[in-house]
Design a protein around this ligand. Sequence first.
Ligand code: BG6
Length: 548
Amino acid sequence: MCGIVGYIGTCQAAPVLLDGLSKLEYRGYDSAGIAVYDGNKIQMQKAMGRLKVLEEMTQNGATLPGTVGIGHTRWATHGAPSDLNAHPHFNKDHSIVVVHNGIIENYLKLKKKLMSKGYEFLSETDTEVIAHMLDYYYNGDPLATITKVMHRMEGSYALGILFRDHPDEVYAVRKDSPLIVGTSKSGNLIASDVPAVLKYTRDVYFLENEGGYEHFMLKEMHEQPKAVKDTLTPRIKNGDVVIEELGMTDEEIRTISKIFIVACGSAYHTGVTAKYVFEKLARIPVEVDLASEFRYRDPILPENTLVVIVSQSGETADTLAALRLAKEKGVRTLGIVNVVGSSIAREADNVMYTWAGPEIAVATTKAYSTQLIAQYLLAMKFAKVRGTVSQNDFDAMIQSLERLPEQISLLLSHKENVQRFANRYLAAEHVFFIGRGIDYAISMEGSLKLKEISYIHSEAYAAGELKHGTISLIEDGTLVIGVLTQPKLYEKTISNMVECKSRGAYLMGLTTFGNYNIEDTADFTVYIPKTDPHFATSLAVIPLQLLG
Ligand code: BG6
């Protein structure tokens, strides 16, 4: 079994690496090597046989000056024991160097591709493929480059990597091969096993498997269980909904006679869901407006109106202008905002923060999910105060809300299913999303994600409306995605899907576990866990984000 050690700190790296490798000798090895960076040049020394040979060659590390380095003891798997096959391995201009434990199962395929691009190989190892792949994909950003390479490699690996452009960094990543990080005052270490670092530190961290995402949107999608939990948990106290920042007395809540929800893009779509939830639970009429429309149409805002402004950034120009207009008209405003201290947060009468954390991807995912939560809580609070919901139903809804983070995690963990479907349909040119009620709101977001991320034209249609003209666009093989999370509307939407099928559509169904008879109609189905139908958007949106 091979061994890895890496070091970055204030001491000379080579002696630390050699010492660390000696603690891993018990794993067995046939050759060893180290690479050390002095801020100018990455120098390497490798030798077949015992570690002693390497120690002598380098005068116990003295010939390789520098305070950053990686080392390796190799047990041959791909290619015989030899100096050339020993690690580390360089890219072509010696600006990237890598050590590797594990086996890259698809290395021959990758090697062929690299050779066709002009890469020359000095060794017979699978590891050299990694060095050249890093070279091929390098764009100045080591993390993004490593992530890209990881997504192309099959097998197991723990890697230690140095980049000449990044003299103060050692990169470490693992998948199914162990790797630990040790921290100390005089420097930080990586190693394939704890004994290699014990002389320097007892502060040891075990690296998580994999860890990187191909892009921020995917990362943020996976952060949704936490974002939802963080937005929800502080506002549920002893089985009740407590929104201190609302700044409204129960009496004031009771006098509200109309709500406007105003926003752009996905934030607007959360408002479309919230309209159904608010009207059903709190029995208050709700209008949902696109901010870019609201601000120019001189809206009629009766006394006792509450204007809810929803925005991740808190800076979207139309949304901010809509807020200012509502304030000019003298009605109460509430911001639902993610960025603390943003313009909308500062200017709204009151602000309810979503706790999604920074959202880097332009196409929102985790902020969208937290905006939904904030509005569910608001609707439940209003319903409770206004006496439009029974205590039993309220208690059951709290329980459903509290289960959402775990249910979202479950959906994310089954992403391969959606991925396979997406692979089959990536050539689609037109996609229709259909649903009724809340399912229509979900369809709108699913459709936007597909357009925004895949550049595939799609439309969201209220399922019952499709037959009034637009159905003529559905022909053989057109993908139609039916969203059916609302029990009362299930049969209605099924019949709309049947209409599409009779025109040759290929049908994907998105429904709740238990509705298995959908398979009589749909060609492919994704199931979401059972929840209170008011909150189904929070679950059904996950497969649609993944599909996008
Ligand atoms: C769009 C984004 O540009 O802005 C959407 O693509 C987002 O994802 C919309 O929902 C509104 O942004 P914000 O910051 O006001 O929520």
